[in-house]
Design a protein around this ligand. Structure first.
Ligand code: CO8
Length: 260
């Protein structure tokens, strides 16, 4: 599949995916969704790739939301009949077990903020701005803005953002727990790729299980989560990489991973 709206490059063990509709501030339409699903499926299947970074082209936006021009004339019944935009969660998020990072430059609004929150964590440039302005269009978030955002930053701030439609700057986003790190704008990609390379150099099964377990914390009770965490740990002890990792520690050398 050749892509019209995204760019995909491999940098060693890291896949860099760039939303590439800068004139529309990387607004997310059905083509972007289909292409991202394809690119993420290829990343997932490629054993040489251990982590992905998703960013936006241009310095103005990561993504300014779902494409309003695609939605403005669309009949209401079609949104439901097509289960419009279900694929963000049902395909992209659910099928990507390997870790990926959102590197947010500029605006991450509406669906753009929601897409960033689908990543395992967000690294933001100092110029990043996050918001859920859907209420101003007489709609509401539809890709996680009421659910993932509330889990990330709590009810008070999520309500504030969804009801007023105000933007949150990078400093407030870090303070609120929405992003893990804020870096200078000209260092964003470098820092995100550095973090991704570090993750891609980890034992791959352990990386996937760490991701899975943190996500399970949002889905279950503490008792069940702790039991699953213990079982996951026990499963990892049966891997060849565990023997290698612990032996390498004792022998004071870096581990060499097989993903087995
Ligand atoms: N959709 C389509 N085009 C867009 C979008 C968008 N979301 N955002 C910007 N653009 C386009 C503009 O139309 C403009 O194109 P043109 O030059 O052809 O008119 C170009 O990008 C540049 O934008 P501006 O001239 O507006 O740039 P400014 O610097 O003046 O403003 C803003 C930047 C503040 C980011 C402004 O563009 C803006 O407010 N954009 C819209 C933000 C927004 O409302 N986002 C939410 C959209 S709704 C949504 O995301 C719902 C997701 C859930 C769907 C799930 C369904 C189940």
């Amino acid at each position: 599949m050749s892509y019209e709206t995204i760019l995909v490059e491999q940098k060693g063990g890291v896949t860099l995916i760039t939303l590439n509709r800068p004139k529309a501030l990387n607004a997310l339409n059905s083509t972007v969704l289909a292409e991202l699903i394809d690119a993420f499926a290829k990343f997932e299947a490629d054993k040489s790739q251990g982590c992905a970074v998703l960013t936006g082209s241009g310095d103005k936006a990561f993504a300014a939301g779902a494409d309003i021009k695609e939605m403005v004339e669309k009949p209401g019944a079609d949104f439901y009949a097509e289960d419009f935009f279900a694929g963000w969660t049902t395909q992209l998020v659910k099928s990507t077990r390997k870790p990926w990072i959102a590197a947010v430059n500029g605006f991450a609004l509406g669906g753009g903020c929601e897409l960033a929150m689908m990543a395992d964590f967000i690294i933001a440039s100092e110029t990043a701005k996050f918001g859920q302005p859907e209420i101003r269009l007489a709609v509401a978030p539809g890709m996680g803005g009421t659910q993932r955002l509330t889990r990330a930053i709590g009810k008070a701030k999520a309500m504030d953002m969804c009801l007023t439609g105000r933007n949150m700057d990078a400093e407030e986003a870090e303070r609120s727990g929405l992003v893990s790190r804020v870096v200078p704008a000209d260092k964003l990609l470098e820092e995100a790729l550095k973090a991704a390379e570090q993750i891609a150099g980890m034992p791959p099964l352990a990386a996937m299980m760490n991701k899975e377990m943190v996500n399970i914390a949002f889905e279950t009770t503490l008792d069940t989560g702790l039991l699953m965490e213990r079982r996951m740990f026990q499963i990892l002890t049966a891997t060849e990489d565990k023997t290698e990792g612990m032996t390498a520690f004792v022998e004071k050398r870096p581990g060499v991973w097989k993903g087995k």
